[in-house]
Write a protein that binds this ligand. Structure first.
Ligand SMILES: Cc1cc2nc3c(=O)[nH]c(=O)nc-3n(C[C@H](O)[C@H](O)[C@H](O)COP(=O)(O)OP(=O)(O)OC[C@H]3O[C@@H](n4cnc5c(N)ncnc54)[C@H](O)[C@@H]3O)c2cc1C
Length: 476
């Protein structure tokens, strides 16, 4: 098995010319771009999986335009690939065979927020952080918080079933999507799901479409459920001498029946990368955990943090420092968000995996990853949402000459994750980056069933080709 690979048979120029002509009759001026800068920008995402420029990028603004674009692509046999903010980390928005990149970014209106029904209806191009702020202004809470919330879109979150630090207590995107307006690859527009909190009529197509990674159609409108905004949030930094102590601390807290809304672990390598960048960690810190609790009364929350601190102390924690105000809280979270770019400054290249293991296995996987790094001579940095077992394990390396070693490290990491009862991706999706590894955790019958589902929804095979499933061997 190897890292990302894709056949790059590009659609021929004649078909592209024909589809462009058809698209100009369904889109306004400025909604179709073919300049070199735009094509280059829409040919990459945050996955380091390579550059695959489309032949044309379109920016539909209505559901009818999305439907018309899809119909034109199918009629002319041209592949089409949806995208939001292109912050994806698995290559899901890369137009592998060229063709049309369909950007949903201009469908960025928050249509409604209902305080009585606790729901919001949004366009897919709404930036996640914009919705969070808009609902918070009305005393409501949209908990899913991918660390890219400042720029990723809700359509991309739906496609990847994104989650973040708060998933520990509140769950992920799927837990909040109750209804979708959905355009199938042949252009047909469906309404699936509901606007009520309960509802079980028919198959759960919302459940299928959320997490379908832009391969079964696109969301053109999303109905989300909200919850009341917790009145008080407290955040603490728990300092440990080593990452193993920190991992044991996380397991012990959860086993003691405490459910913080976040428990984020930062190992020694990641900690060194961000130390001093707007935040100074206490001397002697070998690893830290950011713990956050929320509720309605400060006293109860302080008590919970104090219990959490005691449990961590039994696992070797030297200090539990509670942020005094909003400014200090934000500094802690800014440090957490800065890890990914800061690691890039340590070594020129990195591969970031989002493995998940049962929570009881967190200390073991961290130990095994460190041993593997030492054995292969590669730096491994581990951080992330340890509270729900979801770790960002990063392999840092110097350059292409180490690529063989990196591929071996990646393979070993995913094999050990599955051996420990885990899964190869907790947030970022399979996309292109991990499709050759899906067979590690899913058997042939399950892969085959999913391929048949894809063919059922997309008989032309033109929507976002070559994603999720391992490449089929070509007969010679
Ligand atoms: C610094 C950083 C931190 C991150 N942290 C997290 C994190 O904590 N948790 C997490 O889950 N992810 C995280 N991510 C990954 C990424 O931000 C998420 O996967 C996000 O959901 C992608 O949204 P997007 O708008 O950028 O989508 P894109 O990257 O543009 O697309 C992602 C996929 O969605 C499909 N798609 C886009 N719009 C639609 C639509 N309307 N309908 C159907 N399919 C669509 C695309 O075809 C593609 O397959 C992080 C990324 C970065 C760069």
């Amino acid at each position: 098995m190897s890292g990302p690979s894709a056949r790059t048979d590009r659609v021929d120029a004649e078909r592209v010319a024909r589809v462009c002509e058809a698209l100009t009759s369904v889109l306004e001026q400025g909604q179709l771009r073919r300049d070199a800068d735009t094509l280059a920008a829409y040919g990459r995402d945050e996955s380091d999986s390579g550059v695959f420029p489309p032949d044309v990028v379109v920016f539909p603004e209505t559901t009818a335009q999305v439907s018309a674009v899809f119909k034109a692509c199918v009629a002319h046999g041209v592949p089409f690939t949806p995208c939001g903010a292109r912050s994806g980390k698995s290559g899901g928005s890369l137009p592998l065979n060229g063709g049309v990149a369909v950007s949903l970014e201009r469908m960025n209106r928050i249509h409604s927020i209902s305080v009585e029904d606790l729901t919001a209806v949004v366009g897919p191009g709404v930036v996640t952080g914009d919705l969070m702020k808009a609902v918070e202004a009305q005393g409501l809470f949209y908990p899913p918080d991918p660390n890219s919330w400042e720029f990723c879109t809700l359509g991309g979150n739906v496609a990847e079933n994104a989650g973040g630090p708060r998933a520990l207590k509140y769950g992920v995107t799927r837990d909040y999507v109750i209804g979708l307006e959905w355009v199938l690859p042949d252009g047909e527009v469906l309404r699936v799901g509901r606007r009520t909190i309960k509802g079980v009529a028919g198959y759960d197509l919302v459940g299928l479409f959320v997490g379908s990674e832009g391969t079964l159609g696109v969301a053109t409108e999303i109905t989300l459920q909200l919850i009341p905004l917790p009145r008080k949030v407290l955040t603490a930094l728990v300092v440990f001498p080593s990452v193993l102590d920190a991992a044991r601390g996380v397991s012990a807290v959860l086993a003691a029946g405490i459910l913080p809304r976040c428990l984020e672990l930062i190992d020694d390598v990641a900690l060194r990368a961000v130390d001093g960048r707007g935040f100074q960690f206490p001397a002697g810190a070998g690893s830290v955990v950011i713990a956050e609790v929320d509720g309605h009364g400060e006293e109860g929350l302080l008590e919970e943090l104090s219990r959490l601190g005691d449990i961590c102390a039994q696992q070797g924690a030297t200090q539990t420092l509670v942020a005094r105000d909003e400014g200090q809280r934000e500094k802690l979270w800014a440090v957490r968000r800065a890890i990914s770019p800061a690691l890039r400054a340590l070594k020129p290249h990195k591969i970031s995996e989002d493995i998940v293991v049962p929570r009881s296995k967190i200390p073991e996987i961290i130990q095994r990853l460190k041993m593997m790094g030492a054995e292969l001579g590669l730096t491994v940095a581990t951080y992330g949402h340890a509270g729900d077992g979801n770790l960002h394990a990063n392999i840092l390396y110097e350059g292409p000459h180490q690529r063989g070693l990196v591929d071996e490290a990646l393979r070993r990491m995913l094999v050990m994750t599955v051996e420990l009862g885990g899964t190869i991706t907790g947030e970022h999706g399979v996309g292109l980056a991990k499709r050759e590894f899906l067979a590690l955790e899913q058997g042939p019958a399950l892969l085959d069933l999913q391929r048949r589902l894809k063919s059922f929804f997309d008989p032309s095979g033109l929507l976002n080709p070559q994603k999720i499933f391992p490449a089929l061997k070509r007969s010679t």
